[in-house]
Design a protein around this ligand. Structure first.
Ligand code: SAH
Length: 401
C-alpha cells in the first residue's frame, strides 16, 4: 500500500486526507477493511456488539418499538451499513424472532435483511455468522453481489452501496460505520482556509507527512460554512451523501435510522486516529495495516437531512442503553446464570458499555425518524379522541408494557 501511494504521490503530487483514507481503508487490493477487517477480540478494535449480546438485543427492541409505533407494517427491511462481523444483525434477528417482528404469522414473507458492505473478507464472515455459510454469490450482478437465508429463515442480501438498496419501509442501522468514511481536514490560516494534504516527506525516504494546500481547494470552497468558528475542521462529505439518501428514503418510504458512533455535535477539531493491535497508531505509517477513524460530526449529519426527517440526539450511549432497559436485562441475565464466570463476564461487559470512562460517554446515538412519527395527521380534526403518541425509546425511557 505504501509503495502504491508513494508512486501515486510522485506522479500526481499531494492527495487529500479523504483520498488517503479511502485508499488505506477500502482499496480493493490492499485496503485495511478489504483485506483484513480486524474486528473482534484478536483484531485491532472491539466494538460494542462484540462485547455483549445485550447491546444488539436492546437495539433490536428499539426497532421493534418503532415498528409497533408505526402500526406493525407487514413488509419491511432491516438495512445495516458496514456490519463488520455481522454480530449485531445476528443479535437483532434473534430478538426479532422471539417478538412478533419477524414471526411467520405476522409478516409471512414480508421481512428481509440487507447489508451494505465493501469488504469481500468481512461479507464472507457475515455470511458465515448469519447463514452458516450457505450463500449464493452473484459477482456479475452490479448491485446484489451475494444472497442467502438467515438461520431464522429471513432472506438476506448484500449490496455495496446504499443507493442500490430497494426503497420501501426500512430500518437502517449504522454502528461504527460513519467513523470509517473518508474525511477532509482543514486548517484556518492567516490567508484563509487551507486543506490538509498528504505528501512524501522530502527528509525521510518512504515516509509520508501532512502539508497544507498552498491555496484554497475545491473542498475548502464547498465544505466549510461561512459561520464556522473552529480553527481546524474535519468534514466527511460521503457521510453527508449517505445521510441525505437515508433521509429521502425515510421521507418517502417510512421507517427509521439509528446511527451509533464515536462523535460530537460540531465542537471537536482534530480527531483523525489510527488503531492497530488495540493501540494508537500513527495514521501516516504503514497505511493499510491499521484502522483509521475520525469522530462523527452529528451536527453535520443533522444538517444534511435538510429537514426531510426529524432527528433525535446525539445522546450518550450510557443514557441510551439505560433508557432501553439495560439494567433490567442485566438483572434477568444475572438471575438466570448459575456460574460465577458468566456472572463476572456479564458485569464486565456491562461496565465496558456503560462506564463513562470506557464506551459509555464517547459513543453516541442519533436517529432519523419521519416527521409524522411526532404528529398525527388527523389531529386537527379530532384532537380530543387521540391518545398521545408513544415517545421514542432510547431517547426517552422505554415504556415496558
Ligand atoms: N458495524 C460493525 C463494524 C464496524 S467497522 C461493528 O460495529 O462491529 C466498519 C465497517 O464498515 C466494516 O464492515 C467495513 O468493511 C465497512 N465499510 C467501510 N467503508 C465502507 C463503505 N464505504 N461502504 C460500505 N461499507 C464500508
Amino acid at each position: 500500500m505504501l509503495r502504491h501511494l508513494l508512486l501515486k504521490l510522485r506522479a500526481t503530487g499531494p492527495v487529500t486526507v479523504a483520498e488517503y483514507m479511502r485508499e488505506a481503508l477500502t482499496n480493493p487490493g490492499e485496503g485495511y477493511y478489504t483485506r483484513r477487517g480486524g474486528i473482534g477480540e484478536s483484531g485491532d478494535f472491539v466494538t460494542s456488539p462484540e462485547i455483549s449480546q445485550v447491546f444488539g438485543e436492546l437495539i433490536g427492541i428499539w426497532y421493534i418499538s418503532e415498528w409497533i409505533a408505526a402500526g406493525k407494517p407487514k413488509a419491511f427491511q432491516l438495512v445495516e451499513m458496514g456490519p463488520g462481523r455481522g454480530t449485531l444483525t445476528d443479535d437483532i434477528l434473534r430478538v426479532a424472532e422471539t417478538s412478533s417482528l419477524s414471526s411467520k404469522e405476522n409478516s409471512g414473507q414480508g421481512a428481509q435483511t440487507v447489508h451494505t458492505e465493501v469488504s469481500p473478507k468481512l461479507s464472507e464472515i457475515q455470511a458465515q455468522m448469519l447463514t452458516g455459510g450457505k450463500v449464493q454469490s452473484n459477482p456479475e450482478d452490479k448491485s446484489v453481489y451475494m444472497k442467502g437465508i438467515s438461520k431464522t429463515g429471513i432472506p438476506i442480501f448484500w449490496y455495496r452501496d446504499i443507493q442500490d438498496v430497494p426503497l420501501g419501509y426500512s430500518f437502517y442501522l449504522a454502528h461504527e460505520f460513519f467513523d470509517a468514511l473518508p474525511i477532509h481536514k482543514f486548517q484556518r490560516t492567516e490567508k484563509g482556509w487551507r486543506e490538509v494534504l498528504v505528501d512524501i516527506d522530502p527528509e525521510v525516504p518512504d515516509q509520508l507527512r501532512f502539508v497544507l494546500s498552498p491555496s484554497s481547494t475545491p473542498a475548502t470552497q464547498n465544505f466549510i460554512q461561512p459561520e464556522e468558528t473552529r480553527n481546524h475542521l474535519e468534514v466527511c462529505p460521503e457521510a453527508g451523501v449517505i445521510i441525505q439518501n437515508l433521509a429521502c428514503r425515510i421521507e418517502k418510504g417510512g421507517g427509521a435510522a439509528l446511527v451509533a458512533d464515536y462523535g460530537h455535535d460540531g465542537t471537536k477539531t482534530d480527531t483523525f486516529r489510527g488503531f492497530r493491535n488495540h493501540k494508537l497508531h500513527d495514521v501516516l505509517s504503514a497505511p493499510g495495516t491499521a484502522d483509521l477513524t475520525a469522530d462523527v460530526d452529528f451536527s453535520y449529519l443533522r444538517k444534511m437531512t435538510q429537514g426531510r426527517t426529524a432527528t433525535l440526539g446525539p445522546i450518550k450511549q450510557r443514557e441510551f442503553l439505560k433508557n432501553m432497559g439495560i439494567d433490567l436485562r442485566l438483572q434477568v441475565l444475572l438471575q438466570n446464570s448459575c456460574d460465577t464466570a458468566t456472572r463476572e463476564q456479564l458485569l464486565h461487559s456491562y461496565d465496558m458499555l456503560m462506564n463513562p470512562k470506557k464506551m459509555g460517554d464517547c459513543f453516541s446515538f442519533f436517529a432519523l425518524l419521519p416527521h409524522h412519527r411526532f404528529a398525527r395527521p388527523d389531529k386537527k380534526h379530532k384532537p380530543e379522541s387521540e391518545s398521545p403518541l408513544p415517545p421514542v425509546a432510547g431517547f426517552s425511557e422505554l415504556l415496558l408494557k
